[in-house]
Design a protein around this ligand. Sequence first.
Ligand code: PPS
Length: 293
Amino acid sequence: MDPKPKGWRLVKIEGVPLTEETAKNWNEIKDFQARPDDVLICTFPKSGTAWIQEIVEMILHGGDSQKCDLLPNYERSPFLELFLPKPFLLGVKAEEMPSPRILKTHLPAKLLPPSFWKQNCKIIYLARNIKDNAVSSFCFRRMNQLAPDPGDWNNFLENFIAGEWTYGSWFDHVCGWWEAKDHYPILYLFYEDLKENPAQEIGKVARFLGVELPELVLSQIVEHTAFKSMKVNPMTNFSTMPSSILDHTVSSYMRKGTVGDWKEHLTVAQSERIDDICAQKLRDSGLIFRTQL
Ligand code: PPS
């Protein structure tokens, strides 16, 4: 059995709580050298990162799923700011990867290593409504042995709304990237749209990446990246990760994959309170999130 790593503490960098491992390596992360042909996938955690990663990989491989199935997703598109302690180092480091690279980050726009802006890299941002995001985060924190203990649901939700959780405020994150999209090549997508009409949204991603997708290939990508397919695919469902990091007996990574699961977890009062905070915090941004389809 793998030795069990200890749960990480959170340390603030420019006011944003990050894991102590990320904070310890912050200078190296900040100086990361992006290349002009990098494609960067950005999300607040639990917004569908693995989903959009697989979509981008499939598009860039012309719909050839065999190429995607060669390695687990976390080895194909490195997680920029994740530094796992030995012996838990996984996959290749981004610096060692040949171009074109697909990279993943959960960093808020204000903490993105500056070379991504300088190189004008293509960035795909996927946002998910805060209610489903909070539920998914809570379930994941329970299975993720590296994360701090989330405590009970009510406490967790308060901390999550207040931004006292990994990567800080969901509001700052979605708004920061929303503003950045007016100045840089950023495709801003919503989980709910992707769920409602995957073919349409995958088409947007392909156009953004400058790839023309024949109808047949598009439908193959829709099929390969559907929740039911990704849930049983060991290269996308994280079952290959040591159980000392992700304990699938507590919850699964590919858990529900729906819009509106929050209704099973939030009280009416909690839901209404979040609606009020959203109305206030998102008012000036023009951002609108759907919480059901
Ligand atoms: S992480 O750890 O932050 O990178 O997690 P992330 O991949 O961003 O988010 C995990 C949630 O995304 C859901 N998911 C999907 N939903 C629909 N379709 C597909 N193909 C898909 N792939 C992943 C996953 O189930 C998690 O959401 P919940 O609500 O917990 O099920």
